[in-house]
Design a protein around this ligand. Sequence first.
Ligand code: NAI
Length: 298
Amino acid sequence: MSELRFDGKVAIITGAGHGLGRSHALSLAGRGAKVVVNDLGGALDGTGASAGPAADVVELIRKNGGEAAVSTDDVATPEGAAAIVQTAIDAFGRLDIVVNNAGILRDRSFGKMSVEEFDQVIAVHVRGSFLVSRAAFPHLKEQGYGRIVNTSSPAGLFGNFGQANYSTAKMGLVGLTKTLGIEGARAGIKANAIAPIAWTRMTEEILPAEFEATFTAERVSALVTFLAHEACETSGEVFSVGGGRVARVFVAEGPGWRKEDHTVEDIRDNWDAILAEQPYLTPTTLGEQATASMRAML
Ligand code: NAI
């Protein structure tokens, strides 16, 4: 089978100074993509800034014979997002791929979480992915081609103690991905999301020590690299990935229970049927879901 290459393609990877983003950048650059390595270079909680991490990754890519440009802009501001996209245009003259990966943590149990802790996590993950995709969109649309990969999390898809802000952000990215997939379709733009698990500075104090060797960042980057390639025709989907395993995660709706003019007691008495999962539907648009609801009424 032929190798999947990215010659002539230009990619932006946000948060690529460390961890998963760094690994995605090295993977894409190793296959011929010209890469904008973006990273604010702050601490895990988003405080501080440093030009070092992004510059180090650019240097490593160049040492390996690849092409890269540096960006230390903040994904969470419109100016920062615009500057990241402009870096791609100025350095390489085009843009094909956006990997929204930048992220921070501000974990706190729900009762103690401050408004600031909530807002800052939403700002980097959700607002940042929106802003960078928004700045990139006209370029992708005009050329009739683009690939966007967003970074969700099992914490958002399934919930996790102490991460109300992060879970909200990560499920928010599922909604963004689905609608971007729909709105990008006519222009050849595919958007997908990953829900990874990997040993990075974000997880090294949470994951058991034996995960380090198995859950490597590289074992997430192969999927990201595929989703960023023109060979990937899928859009609007979410994939669990880590330790060598890749699985589709889908938003499903159960078959449902129906009775016109039902009472509160009817709801109580039919609760098991309402909770039933099989046979489930997997609508890919609001329209498909509405059609399924209509059909249930016939
Ligand atoms: P990391 O902390 O090593 O990498 C995140 C990078 O984003 C850092 O280099 C940081 O400087 C950068 N960053 C933060 N705020 C930024 C901003 N405003 N603008 C530009 N860059 C910024 O952590 P890791 O694990 O590599 O995380 C990457 C992504 O994967 C994040 O979105 C994270 O939430 C997500 N994720 C990671 C999981 C894991 O198991 N490591 C699990 C689920 C999701």
